[in-house]
Unconditional design. Structure first.
Length: 286
């Protein structure tokens, strides 16, 4: 483990062409283009050069709460491209936040190896010190959000710190079900991410990434909004349902929203989901 402190070593504003800007305006709103800046960054995490993004409001000396956003996927499948980052992170920044996101080690040209919830959880936590380098970041107010695998990363990060005032997880992995073949998506994750271990080691790795097995490690005062599509065939809906029973037992504050007809991406419910997310952050961070 390197003792080099986390810091941004490269940053570059994302500049899109006219056609892309029109698509951003259509998909996320003209105000995202007008009001926000999104940058590609390279930052140090445990001595590794890791790729990511930051997004924030233009021309403002006001301080804004910080939100860490955790991507889904594994390896370069699930990497956030510059166009998507400009829209998605710009939208959150336009709501009044400073956004920080990691591609996780080993991805998008970064150093190291994606461990799917192993040492790469530190790449999430090492975004926190980067707020020191963003002039309008309120370093006292933090939220965290993740989708799919990013939901798993969010849960794991929450077990390491109580800095976050709220969390949002959409279609999040809460239980890897190591011996199950009920989801083709899960089988692929086992094959690609876990490597070839002896059976006991394999199960230990799975369980160490399944928050339902150690939900008691979650902070007791961080409210979690869980959103899951009932028709999600990649991360099964009962991941969120099973976790909700644990949270009830532990008296951890949460809200569970199950969306009828919602797939893994909740495409049919995008506006509804965006409104829920926005209101959750406003309730706990503003």
């Amino acid at each position: 483990m390197s003792n080099k402190k986390p810091e941004i070593i490269e940053r570059e504003e994302i500049i899109l062409n006219e056609s892309q800007n029109k698509m951003i305006a259509s998909g996320w709103g003209q105000e995202v283009l007008d009001n926000t800046i999104t940058e590609k960054i390279t930052y140090l995490s445990a001595g590794l050069k890791v790729k990511g993004y930051i997004s924030y409001l233009k021309n403002s000396d006001k301080k804004y709460p910080c939100v860490i956003w955790n991507r889904g996927g594994i390896g370069n499948r699930g990497v956030i491209d510059a166009f998507t980052a400009r829209g998605m992170f710009g939208q959150i920044a336009n709501w009044g936040y400073v956004v920080l996101a990691s591609q996780y080690r080993g991805n998008a040209g970064g150093e190291g190896h994606d461990e799917f919830g192993g040492e790469d959880v530190n790449d999430v936590l090492n975004l926190i010190p980067l707020a020191e380098e963003i002039k309008n970041a309120d370093k006292e107010k933090w939220g965290i959000e993740g989708w799919s695998r990013g939901g798993m990363m969010t849960y794991l990060a929450l077990t390491r710190t109580d800095i976050f005032k709220c969390a949002i997880v959409s279609g999040g992995i809460a239980n890897l079900r190591c011996s199950s073949d009920e989801s083709p998506f899960m089988r692929r994750l086992y094959e690609v991410t876990m490597g070839k271990y002896k059976e006991k080691e394999f199960y230990e790795k799975c369980e160490s990434r399944s928050i339902v097995k150690f939900a008691d490690k979650l902070p007791k005062n961080t409210p979690i909004l869980m959103i899951h599509g009932i028709s999600d065939e990649r991360v099964l809906p009962h991941d969120s349902l099973d976790l909700s029973y644990k949270l009830l037992e532990l008296k951890i504050p949460f809200r569970l929203v199950m969306l009828e007809g919602g797939d893994h991406f909740n495409k049919k419910h995008r506006k509804e989901v965006d409104e829920m997310r926005k209101l959750w952050f406003e309730k706990y961070l503003m």
